[in-house]
Design a protein around this ligand. Structure first.
Ligand SMILES: Nc1ncnc2c1ncn2[C@@H]1O[C@H](COP(=O)(O)OP(=O)(O)OP(=O)(O)O)[C@@H](O)[C@H]1O
Ligand code: SF4
Ligand SMILES: [Mg+2]
Length: 324
C-alpha cells in the first residue's frame, strides 16, 4: 500500500461472493482479496481470461455489486461504509461505461436528455448551464452537436459508445470504470475510441479502470496493468515493464497467446486447459494446475505478493519463483 496522497482509488483486500443455490458453502468466490491503487489521471488496465472476476471487481468498485469484505477508498473515503444517500453523492466522482452501449442507454431518451440526466440528478448548474455542459461533453467525445436530438437506435455503435462516454464525463468524475467498452465495436471504431480516451484523460485528468481482453489495446492505452486469475491479482506493473518483463508464468502465457507475441519475450508457458472453477476452493497457488513451472510447494503454499526484481518497486507478483 502506498498510502501516498497521489492515490485516487485504493482497493484493499476486496472479496466478492455470489451465494450458492442449494446450501451454504456452494457459493462462488469471484474476487479473492484484491488490492490495487489508481493514481489521478492514470489508466489502469485489468486483464485476464473470461471468468477471472474482472466484471465482478469492476461492479464492486462501482458499488453495483455487494462486497463480502474489504475496502474501496475513493479519495480516502471508504465507499463500502456509505449509506445509500452518501453513495448517491459519491457516484458523481465515479462513473461507468459498459460493454454494450445499446443496453446501457435508454432507448427513448435523446442524446441531449441522456447527457442532461446526470446533471439533473446531481443538481449541477442551472438549466442553461446544463445544456452548455451537455454540448461540451458531446464535443469532448468528438460528436457533432447536431446529433443531440437523435435516439440511440439512430446512431452507429461507435457513436453510441461515444454518447455513453460523454454521459460518464458530463458530471466531471475523478474516475471512470470502463468494462470492455470497445468489444462491441469494429476495429477502426475501436482505434478511434482508444485515441479519444487518451485525449479525454489528458484534457480532463480523469483516471480510468479499463477492463479488457485485448492486449494490443491495453499496450496502447494503459499506464499500468493488473493481471487477474481466478479472482486474484497475480501481477501488477507499469505497462512498459509488464510487456517487456512479465514476471508471472500466467502473464507470460497470456502475452504469448495474444495475436502478436513479442519476439523478445522468454519462451512461453503454454496456457493449457480451462481455468479452474471459481466454485472450487483453491489450496496453494491459484495457477498451479496449469503452470508449466510448478514446484512441489506451489500445491500447498499460497504465494504472497512480492516485488518482481529490484528495478521497479511498482512491479508486484504472486509467484513462489520470486519468493524463494
Ligand atoms: N451473477 C452471478 N451469479 C453467480 N456467479 C456469477 C455471477 N456473475 C459472475 N459470476 C461468476 O463469477 C466468476 C467471475 O465472473 P466475472 O463475470 O466477474 O468474470 P470476467 O473476468 O468479467 O469474465 P468475462 O471476461 O467473460 O467478462 C465466474 O465464475 C462467473 O461464473
Ligand atoms: S507459484 Fe508456482 S504454480 Fe504458481 S505461478 Fe509461480 S511457479 Fe507457477
Ligand atoms: Mg466481464
Amino acid at each position: 500500500m502506498t498510502g501516498a496522497t497521489a492515490t485516487l482509488l485504493a482497493v484493499r483486500d476486496l472479496v466478492v461472493e455470489y451465494p450458492g443455490r442449494r446450501r451454504r458453502g456452494d457459493g462462488i468466490r469471484a474476487v479473492r482479496g484484491v488490492s490495487l491503487d489508481i493514481a489521478p489521471a492514470a489508466i489502469l488496465a485489468l486483464v485476464g481470461e473470461s471468468g477471472s472476476g474482472k466484471t465482478s471487481l469492476a461492479r464492486a468498485i462501482l458499488r453495483l455489486q455487494p462486497v463480502a469484505a474489504g475496502q474501496i477508498l475513493l479519495q480516502g473515503e471508504d465507499l463500502t461504509t456509505l449509506n445509500p444517500q452518501q453513495l448517491r453523492a459519491a457516484r458523481r466522482d465515479i462513473q461507468a461505461v459498459f460493454q454494450d452501449p445499446m443496453a446501457s442507454l435508454s432507448p427513448r431518451r435523446s442524446v441531449l436528455q441522456t447527457l442532461r440526466e446526470p446533471l439533473d440528478h446531481f443538481r449541477i448548474g442551472d438549466a442553461g448551464e446544463r445544456g452548455d455542459r451537455a454540448t461540451a461533453a458531446l464535443e469532448t467525445v468528438g460528436l457533432d452537436p447536431s446529433l443531440r436530438h437523435r435516439l440511440p437506435h439512430e446512431l452507429s455503435g461507435g457513436q453510441r459508445q461515444r454518447v455513453a462516454l460523454a454521459r460518464a464525463l458530463v458530471s466531471e468524475p475523478r474516475l471512470i470504470v470502463a468494462d470492455e467498452p470497445l468489444s462491441s465495436l469494429d476495429l477502426p471504431s475501436q482505434g478511434r475510441i482508444v485515441e479519444l480516451l487518451l485525449e479525454v484523460r489528458d484534457r480532463t485528468g480523469i483516471a480510468f479502470l479499463f477492463v479488457s481482453h485485448d492486449l494490443a489495446v491495453v499496450r496502447r492505452l494503459a499506464d499500468a496493468v493488473a493481471v487477474m486469475y481466478l479472482g486474484t491479482l497475480v501481477e501488477t506493473a507499469p505497462a512498459g515493464t509488464l510487456f517487456a518483463q512479465p514476471a508471472h508464468p500466467y502473464t507470460r502465457a497470456l502475452l504469448a497467446a495474444s495475436p502478436v507475441p513479442d519476439p523478445r519475450l522468454p519462451p512461453p508457458a503454454i496456457l493449457q486447459g480451462e481455468p479452474p472453477s471459481a466454485l472450487t476452493p483453491t489450496r496453494g497457488c491459484v495457477f498451479h494446475k496449469r503452470c508449466s513451472e510448478r514446484m512441489a510447494r506451489c500445491v500447498t503454499e499460497q504465494p504472497p505478493e512480492t516485488r518482481a526484481g529490484d528495478r521497479e518497486p511498482a512491479h508486484r507478483v504472486r509467484c513462489l519463483l520470486w519468493n524463494s
